[in-house]
Design a binder for this molecule. Structure first.
Ligand code: FAD
Length: 385
């Protein structure tokens, strides 16, 4: 008889898990709290290890076709002074292509593969109970669903994680706030570059092409630099910092009306993820700071690893523990790496900012990118193992 997996959350992690488990022979039911399946956050850097995972899931070519492979970029001071201009190493050197794509393109490709019929909307998971080797998921409207496996893929504030780890503190603030948006019809302002990264005192920003006409832009700020009352207002934050930026930044961002703001948070790694026939995946298991460029990537890699573990182990509990052993330490390394990078990029110390500029000017690009790719590879590129 085909076994059924209950997956909470239809984000990138939950949908990736649905595809991977189906490939492993499971029937899947996905429960999503929102009234429609959508992906918040505008765009995404899809790192080579994420592309490898998407290839396993069968959607890499669609994402590659919908996104942009960056070829040339600049690092600038906020006033426009160029600190570095570099061609990115070719995909062979980086262990595969890096793609920047609009989030709906990535999420849409996964959703098309899963099929909207498999996603139950307006369905908020509130808790679960386990009896022998069956699990019952409870939802806010009083319904219950039964299955052979429960996956909490419900993001950084996961209800399934809370039920498994009730005494855990809330997510940890990095002291940074991020504004994100997409700007359309402004690609000419990049003057042939794939992207520009700005570095300032307590401020960083990027503008990067994410489609034929779209530029994904983001702004990260040390919260101590933001006036009280501004932290939740992306338009006010943009107005506040724009005058310090060069003409290119202002030309790209000025027409944007749809933006989102987030406090950047992560969580300390857990001593264990799941119990019995219940486990966690993606941000629910290991939220990392975006400075790793790896949050969604790791959710996809988790999904592939989980499908393989279930394919290789007859006993569900054994398979979940094997998956967790494989993924727990690798993702913990990324949590630490994200914190280190965020400290460097968010520093308000003028001496540290000068040293950072010197490092950017002197560092050759290929070894740096290779190092980034190697760290990510250790965290799970080798999904075909
Ligand atoms: C500023 C910023 C930039 C980023 N840039 C990148 C990047 O370039 N590359 C990259 O790889 N990663 C990036 N990330 C990280 C990435 O966005 C996340 O790691 C990724 O979206 C996590 O996917 P997920 O499916 O695990 O969780 P989520 O995307 O949070 O999805 C969880 C889903 O579960 C649903 N849900 C929540 N609670 C319940 C419930 N109780 N019942 C039912 N459904 C529920 C939610 O509605 C949602 O649909 C970035 C993050 C930030 C903040």
């Amino acid at each position: 008889m085909t076994r059924t997996a209950l997956i909470v959350g239809a984000g990138i992690g939950g949908l990736s898990a649905a595809i991977s488990l189906r490939k492993a022979g499971w029937n899947v039911r996905v429960f999503e709290r929102a009234a429609s399946v959508r992906e918040l956050g505008f765009a995404l850097l899809v790192a080579p290890n994420a592309m490898a995972a998407l290839r396993e899931l069968g959607v890499a070519d669609v994402v590659l076709a919908r996104g942009v492979v960056p070829t040339r970029g600049e690092v600038r001071r906020m006033d426009g002074t160029i600190l570095k201009r570099a061609d990115f190493p070719p995909p062979e050197v980086m262990g595969g292509p890096t793609v920047v794509a609009l989030r709906p393109a990535v999420h849409g490709a996964l959703l098309e593969a899963v099929g909207e019929d498999s996603v139950e909307l307006d369905c908020e998971a509130t808790g679960f109970s386990v009896t022998a080797d069956r699990v019952t998921l409870r939802t806010a409207d009083g319904d219950a669903a039964e299955g052979d496996l429960l996956i909490g893929a419900d993001g950084a504030t996961s209800a399934i994680r809370r039920a498994l780890h009730p005494s855990e503190p809330p997510p940890r603030s990095s002291g940074l706030t991020a504004v994100r948006a997409a700007a359309y019809g402004a690609v000419d302002h990049l003057d042939g570059l794939s992207g520009i990264h700005y570095m300032g005192r307590g401020v960083e920003s990027f503008l990067v092409r994410a489609s034929d006409t779209g530029i994904y832009w983001g702004l990260g700020l040390a919260q101590e630099l933001l006036p009280v009352g501004m932290r939740d207002d992306p338009a006010a934050i943009l107005r506040h910092v724009s005058p310090r930026f060069d003409e290119t930044f202002r030309a790209v961002t000025s027409g944007t009306t749809d933006m989102r703001v987030d406090e950047l948070v992560d969580r300390d790694p857990l001593p264990f993820w799941g119990k019995g026939v219940v486990t966690l995946l993606g941000d629910a298991a290991h939220p990392v700071l975006p400075h790793t460029g790896q949050g969604a990537a790791q959710a996809m890699v988790d999904a592939v690893a989980l499908g393989k573990a279930l394919g290789e182990n007859g006993n569900v509990g054994d398979a979940l523990r094997a998956y967790e052993r494989d993924r727990r330490e690798k993702t913990a390394v990324l949590v630490a790496q994200g914190r280190r990078t965020a400290r460097i990029m968010g520093t308000t110390n003028p001496v540290a900012c000068r040293l950072r500029e010197v490092a950017v000017r002197l560092a050759p690009i290929t070894p740096l990118v290779k190092m980034w790719a190697a760290i990510n590879r250790r965290a799970g590129t080798d999904v075909s193992r």
